[in-house]
Design a protein around this ligand. Structure first.
Ligand code: CNA
Length: 317
């Protein structure tokens, strides 16, 4: 009898403990799910020391360079004048070998020197100054990270950039400035050494090897404690797959004007099951800030409490 009472009593106690544990674990899981605001607090308190940025064309739109895929304003929506068989042809290496003119016409519009870095680019520099920037992985070719003063060893231009160029025939290397006047005058730059090959800016075209530095991700990403993804549709492989390479406990923040890498039907989640899980119960590490990235970064800086330095940095340029 007594043992039965005790057993019942224990069972009740166990039940209560179990219920409490459940509640606590719910609370702590909830508390752990990061938000834009909690991440700002974390940066402010120095809790994130190895921040990796992954960014794309959206961060440079404010400087006047259109992105690829924004409906109406993106480059792909405005390529009629180039008379291309398909939009990506403008960056396709086999198409370029036959018809380099469309690329050089576009290059004239995008050439470095014509654009200023945006607040987002200056934010990267601020992270570097604060010693918390592990690396910026950019898909952009506009060199605006460099223009904002981010050190070269902190930038991985995964798809190359206009900063250097090389002869398609003999491999002779050139600096952007060496071929700028030819490109700007509407001509195609030919190699002055072999006199045969076209000098192509070292941008990675579809069908070409990625920049060597891209492979730094193998040692960088496993060390990250915060990943910020900004201004990219995360559609270009293998770059887009990098978001899965940070540690399981690394917070991931998307700052973009639309959600990306969440859609199972797009195949993204099917392939890696590592897309963002903002809207799922199982989410414990993904946060998002949907809207204009320039506005969001200014808000983030304000929340962190770095406003004064940020403004100083932007004036300095
Ligand atoms: P994308 O596919 O055009 O995606 C851009 C993303 O940014 C989209 O999700 C947009 O919704 C979003 N976006 C646009 N403007 C803003 C804004 N103001 N605030 C927040 N989000 C915004 O471009 P990706 O970079 O994803 O694609 C990779 C390509 C683009 C790379 O190979 C680049 O070389 C190429 N590209 C680079 C540049 C550049 O260097 N500035 C310009 C155009 C294309």
């Amino acid at each position: 009898m007594s043992s039965k009472i005790q057993k019942n009593y224990r069972t009740k106690e166990e039940d209560e403990i179990q219920q409490l544990t459940k509640q606590i674990s719910k609370i702590s899981i909830k508390a752990q799910v990061p938000t834009f605001e909690s991440i700002a607090r974390g940066i402010s308190k120095g809790e994130y020391k190895k921040i990796i940025i992954m960014c794309g064309a959206g961060i440079s739109v404010a400087s006047g360079i259109p992105d690829f895929r924004s409906p109406k304003t993106g480059l792909y929506a405005n390529l009629e004048k180039y008379n291309l068989p398909y939009p990506e042809a403008i960056f396709d290496i086999s198409y370029f070998a036959e018809k380099p003119e469309p690329f050089f016409t576009l290059a004239r519009e995008l050439y470095p020197g014509n654009f200023e870095p945006t607040p987002v680019h200056h934010f990267f520099k601020l992270l570097e100054k604060k010693n918390v920037l592990k690396r910026v992985y950019t898909q952009n070719i506009d060199t605006l990270e460099r223009c904002a003063g981010v050190s070269e060893n902190k930038i991985v231009e995964a798809h190359g950039s206009f900063a250097t160029a090389s002869c398609q025939n003999c491999g002779e290397e050139y600096k952007a400035i060496d071929i700028k006047s030819t490109i700007m005058s509407g001509k195609i730059p030919y190699c002055k050494y072999c006199e045969k090959g076209i000098v192509k800016p070292d941008i990675t075209f579809f069908g070409e090897q990625l920049a060597q530095k891209f492979w730094w991700h193998e040692s960088d990403f496993p060390k990250a404690d915060l990943l910020i993804v900004m201004g990219t549709s995360l559609q270009v492989e293998p770059f887009c797959d990098l978001i899965k390479n940070v540690p399981q406990n690394c917070h991931r923040l998307l700052i973009n004007n639309v959600e990306v890498a969440v859609n199972r039907s797009s195949g993204y989640r099917k392939k890696t099951d590592m897309g963002f899980k903002f809207n799922e119960k199982s989410n414990y590490r993904d946060a998002k800030k949907i809207g204009d990235c320039q506005k969001s970064i200014k808000e983030l800086v304000e929340l962190i409490g770095w406003n004064k330095e940020f403004k100083k940095l932007m004036k300095k340029k």
